[in-house]
Design a protein. Structure first.
Length: 68
């Protein structure tokens, strides 16, 4: 949370993606999905958006629920 509160961080989408991957590796699917969904909703033009969608669906077996 502290990492994401830095106003000048221009790599928040990348940070969220890596955070989502780390949560997945630790077995925390809920937090992982939250990180990936934040990219999908808040960084629609990011290079990580499509990857985040794939991770939510493939890794977590969740239905893609954009905005939730």
């Amino acid at each position: 949370e502290m990492i994401m509160s830095e106003p000048d961080d221009t790599n928040k989408d990348e940070t969220l993606f890596n955070l989502g991957r780390l949560y997945a590796l630790m077995g925390n699917k809920e937090k992982s999905a939250e990180a990936f969904n934040k990219i999908i909703t808040d960084y629609k033009d990011s290079n990580y958006t499509d990857l985040a969608k794939e991770k939510v669906v493939a890794v977590h077996g969740l239905k893609l629920e954009i905005g939730k």
